[in-house]
Design a protein around this ligand. Sequence first.
Ligand code: UGA
Ligand code: MN
Length: 336
Amino acid sequence: MKMRLKLKTVFVLYFMVSLLGLLYALMQLGQRCDCTEHNTMKDRAIARLRDEVHKLQEEVKRSDIKPSKKSDQPTIYVITPTYARLVQKAELTRLSQTFLHVPQLHWVVVEDAEQPTALVRSLLASSGLAYTQLHTLTPKDRKLQEGDPSWLKPRGAEQRNEGLRWLREMASASRGQQGANAHTAVEDAVVYFADDDNTYSLKLFEEMRDTKRVSVWPVGLVGAMRFERPLVEGGKVVGFHTGWRPNRPFPIDMAGFAVSLRLVLANPEARFDGNAQMGYLESSLLQGLVTMEQLEPKADLCTKVLVWHTRTEKPKMKREEALQKQGLGSDPNVEV
Ligand code: UGA
Ligand code: MN
């Protein structure tokens, strides 16, 4: 009996407390809260954020973080001679993926081949770059033969000339088509000769973009030195740091200069001499275009290395050849 009473009391108490709680909650719901203070705080925060957004918009307008319009900046035409060999696809893949990061770049790939190849064609087609595929075969008497030392004859000369020929033709066609304004835009372009085996910093392209005649900068890992570079005094090139034949007219590697298209067009005869002596290929073009005093030093007055004359090791094929003899070579249908 006692026990039952106690239980009953507990139940009643529980019931009462719940009921009270429920009543209280209902009363609260019905009551109008005093939200004015809460709302003004919210309004103030929103107003502050609006001001902030406005300020940032103004700042963006003023600063040069303007979304760059494509046609704003001069095009860089990069001329790359290339030839079929085991590492060719790897070299061109690396280059194309560097160039993808450079705005307003047009890649002129010139194959040292009788016909354009399928490998280069499909690589370019899927590269995502603006490009032109050209070809010209180096005449046999001008080409290195198996076993020749690599310095015996200039490489890529005919191909770079083919690139220059295309540029001149393209420029005169666009002059005819689009009138005087377009003509100026094309002439503002810059021409750079980028071999397929070097390493290029993205910063290099922004350095060369405002080339007036010929701009120059250091090249790393070239001429059996840590770097070669033009020597600059008072903002002008006064000589060259090089370990070999410093008296060459322009002791600069191909990777160390860019030329304005305007200058190329103004000198229709300027080209590379495919018979140039070792180390004189660059001079053979530049001699017809500028004097040392006219060179425009870039890369912090030629104190920064932004391009490296890396050379790719020729892959060894000893095992491949041994397996081929047993009919077990790597599948020739797989493109490497
Ligand atoms: C150095 C310079 O960096 C080159 O710019 C210059 O053309 C060369 O010397 C020279 O004196 O002729 P190096 O590394 O020795 O370069 O030359 P490669 O990289 O073997 O060849 C330069 C370019 O020509 C490359 O883009 C290469 O693919 C191309 N090439 C080479 C051909 O188109 N055909 C060939 O038979 C060999
Ligand atoms: Mn090279």
